[in-house]
Every structure is written in C-alpha cells, then in structure tokens.
Design a protein around this ligand. Structure first.
Ligand code: SAM
Length: 418
C-alpha cells in the first residue's frame, strides 16, 4: 500500500531539516489556522499529519535526494525544489488518486488534494492517509482560505466528458468543461514566485484535433497568462498499451506547463517509451481460473447475456474481452482491454465482459484496478458501493502513465533543467 511519508529521521539531515522547516514556515498557515479557516468556509478537511512533524520526517526520509551540483544553471527564482530534499505536489480533481499514486511512486510528497465527490475523497484518503483532502466544489476553493501550500507540481486531470469524441463536444460551453478555468484561477491565487514550477494537465487527445483547436488554444492562452511556458510541443499524446506494461487501449493527452519564474523555456519532453514491447499479456490481469463473485455473472435469461454470448460465438476468440456498447457488443482484439470508463459499474454500455467456465462475467474491481496500474497488493477502497469503485477506477488517470510523467518531472526539477 502506498504511504506518503515515513516518520523517523536521519540526524545527518539536520541541515536539510532547517531548510524544510524554513520552507514550511513560508508556505502558509499552520494546521490550527487551516482548521479554523476550513470551519469558516464549510470545507471538509481530511486528516493530515501535523505540518512540523511531517516536514522533519520528510527531511529525514530522503535517502534518494541528490544534492544539486554547483555547475548547474542558477534557477530563475529561489524555487522550493532548489532547497527541498523532497519534491511536493498538489492534485486538483484528484479522484481516487491515479495521478497521486504515480507521483508518489516517482518520489513526490503529495501535500493536498481536492475533489467534490465524497466517494473520491474517502477513497483518496484511504490510500493516502497523510494527505490533506479538501472536499468541495473546486469553484469554492481558494488558495488563501483553504490554505493551499505552495507545491512544486500541480496535477489536474480535469473532467473530459465535454471534450471527448464520445461526449457532447460542447467543450467549455458545458459547465463540466468550464471547470478547466478554475485551474488558472487557482494558480493566480498563489504569489507569482510561489506558483508550482510545473503544471501537469490530463485530458482526452480530442483536444488536439483540428476541429477543436480552439479548445486547445484557450488552454494555451490561459496557461501563458498564468505565467507558464506552454505550447503543443509541451504535450504528450500517449496510449497506455504503448507506454506501459499494461494491456489497456487508452489514449490520453498530458499537457505540461513550466513556470517562467523557474525556467527559461519549457524543459518538458515526452518520456521515452517501449512502444508496446514490454506489454504483459491480458492473462496476467484477468484470472479466468477463479470463480468471480456471484453478482459479476449475467443470468442466462438476461438480454445482455444473449447478446454477448452470440458475439462471443461469432468472435475471433472467446479469450478476448467483449464490451457492451449502446446497441451492440464489440470484441476487443489484440490481447487488449478496451478503454475502461466511468460508467462500467452500473451495467449498460462500456462494461467489459469475459467468459470463464462459470459463465459470462464482467471484469472484477481488482482486475480493473490492475489494468489501470494500481498496485495489486494495495488496499485501495474503503467500504463504498461496488459501482462507485468501478466509476472511480474508470475516471482515474492510469498510474503507469502518471508515474512515467512524475519521473520525468522529478528529473527536470532535480536537475533544474533550464
Ligand atoms: C477524470 S476524474 C479525475 C481523475 C484523477 N485526476 C486521478 O488522478 O485519478 C475528474 C474528477 O473531477 C471531479 N470533479 C468534477 N466536478 C468537480 C468540481 N466541480 N469540483 C471538484 N471536483 C470535481 C470528479 O469528482 C472526478 O473525480
């Protein structure tokens, strides 16, 4: 199970501790002040360790920290990462924590997260008990009143329904799409020299399609107005099946903006990937030898059972995954899982099904979690309804991609590439 920080300390790190404590002092109000502000603003704060103790534990828990060497170019501002042994991150639209899991795997200390959905927040807290979760609508979140401390990286996988090829394509005219504008608003809430050095956004590649270029242009304009280097070459369009060992066909777009205060240009370049050569077989993730839970199987009299059984008979292999679309069943070929989506838990379209010796069943929560890159041994969920687990998993940023990006960002920050 992923844990944020381990208490304990190495006395040799005392110099670094002083630097971190100094940084913590500069970064905003203490926990008591946060709680009182949260009380005033009606925010639900989930527990995090006391700020001072966490800072000391972080300083002592930094064996992998590389001292920045003197011959690297000087930073453009006295950035926090130049003095901190541990890189920090904040997550907007945090969901169950796909981005956070990847960032933690890449060595980041996630300091805070926000989401308006209670199931997302309880699940996030369950996985990352040390992280402060602000549970409320992002439109009511404010840097000062919610005491969001300055972080090195801000990650935000903003809602994609209105930009998706499969959605209504209303873009920013859909209130869910317009939530993007909350990101530059919040960036503006930090003092210019306290804004995150890097901002990572995640959404659908449809944003780059010529017909919707105006969406991308808006995003670019807003990020530039917020003081960031950003253009199309700062993006990473990637498919999970090509970039990770996970056999999921999931196309995503990551956009990385770099603060002009910290960098002379945008230093981001897409991580090198194996192009599918390291991909593991679907059988590593989907276990047909064990009986699934009773409610996972479709009763033979169910109309979807009949549709899927027919498609399986007509298909190229019964070992493939079959996905229920609105009015038909699609076989996913190539030893792959189709894109996992938020609506797969409630039945209806997009539910992935397989056949085993006991019948036709949907993929289990555990199988879906692993196909999204979550740790198979992790205790991911608190006691929440099963359909909510599927929804959170379908919404999640793939952990495999988030950790690749996290490693790239960590390398940029640690080496202070100009
Ligand atoms: C695509 S999911 C994010 C996945 C997440 N970034 C991750 O790393 O796994 C979008 C999230 O936005 C949240 N959301 C939608 N509207 C919101 C709002 N008005 N305020 C805050 N969060 C919101 C949803 O609850 C959902 O968890």
């Amino acid at each position: 199970m992923t844990r944020p920080v381990t208490p304990g300390g190495d006395p040799r790190a005392s110099g670094r501790i002083v630097a971190v404590v100094a940084r913590v002092r500069r970064h905003g109000p203490d926990r008591a002040t946060q709680s009182s502000l949260a009380h005033k603003t009606g925010t639900r704060l989930r527990e995090a360790p006391p700020r001072g103790s966490s800072a000391v534990a972080v300083a002592g828990d930094a064996p992998g920290y590389t001292q920045v060497s003197a011959d690297l170019p000087a930073p453009l501002s006295n950035s926090s990462f130049a003095e901190s042994p541990r890189l920090t991150a904040g997550c907007l639209f945090c969901g169950m924590g796909g981005f956070a899991a990847g960032l933690v795997a890449a060595g980041f200390d996630v300091r805070w997260a926000n989401d308006s959905n209670a199931f997302a927040c309880t699940t996030f807290s369950h996985q990352f008990p040390g992280v402060r979760v602000v549970e409320k609508d992002i439109r009511n979140v404010h840097v000062e009143t919610d005491a969001l401390e300055s972080v090195d990286v801000l990650a935000a996988g903003f809602p994609c329904q209105s930009f998706s090829q499969a959605g209504n394509r209303l873009g920013f005219d859909d209130p869910r799409g317009a939530l993007f504008f909350e990101i530059p608003r919040l960036l503006g809430g930090f003092q210019p020299d306290r804004r995150p050095a890097l901002v990572i956004l995640e959404n659908v590649p449809n944003l780059l399609v010529a017909a919707h270029k105006s969406w991308f242009d808006q995003i670019q304009r807003k990020l530039r107005q917020s003081g960031y280097w950003f253009r199309e070459t700062s993006c990473w369009r990637v498919n999970v099946k090509a970039a990770t060992d996970l056999p999921q066909d999931r196309d995503r777009l990551f956009m990385v903006a770099a603060s002009r205060r910290h960098f002379r240009r945008n230093p981001f370049s897409p991580p090198a990937v194996a192009n599918g050569t390291g991909r593991r077989p679907l059988a590593d993730f989907v276990d047909r030898s064990k009986r699934g839970s009773d409610d996972a199987y479709l009763p033979p009299e169910n109309r979807y059972h009949k549709m899927i059984a027919k498609a399986m008979e007509a298909g190229t292999s019964v070992d493939n995954i079959y996905q229920l679309r609105r009015s038909y069943v699609r076989e996913k070929k190539g030893n792959l899982c189709p894109t996992l989506t938020a609506n797969m838990g409630r039945g209806g379209h997009n539910v992935p099904f397989i056949r085993d010796q006991w019948g036709i069943r949907r993929l289990s929560v555990e199988e879906v979690a692993q196909l999204q890159g979550f740790d198979s041994k992790a205790d991911l969920f608190p006691d929440i309804p099963t359909h909510e687990k599927y929804r959170l998993l379908g919404n999640a940023v793939c952990v495999g991609l988030a950790s690749l990006l996290g490693a790239e960002c960590a390398s940029i920050l640690r080496n202070r590439l100009p």
